[in-house]
Design a protein around this ligand. Sequence first.
Ligand SMILES: [Zn+2]
Length: 90
Amino acid sequence: MRDQRSNPGVPADRTCDRCGEAKPPSDFSNREASVCRRCRRIARFSRAARRAAIAHLIAAHQAEYEALLRREQAKQGQPPTERRGGSDVV
Ligand SMILES: [Zn+2]
């Protein structure tokens, strides 16, 4: 029945928000991190994979993407993106 907050010499295990496992603080990159190192690494990889997939998607649907992009920019009051070269864009 010891309050762990009053006993900083023995760091309490923390529960990862992602995998739900209780792990020692050394498995977290810092005090604020709510996700353990392993889950962070997995998230980074999947983010890189997502970015790559999105790049492929854009390449396959470039005209559609640009139209959507311009629509979103207009919605947010941003000026349209400068076209680079643009010989393939009407
Ligand atoms: Zn985790």
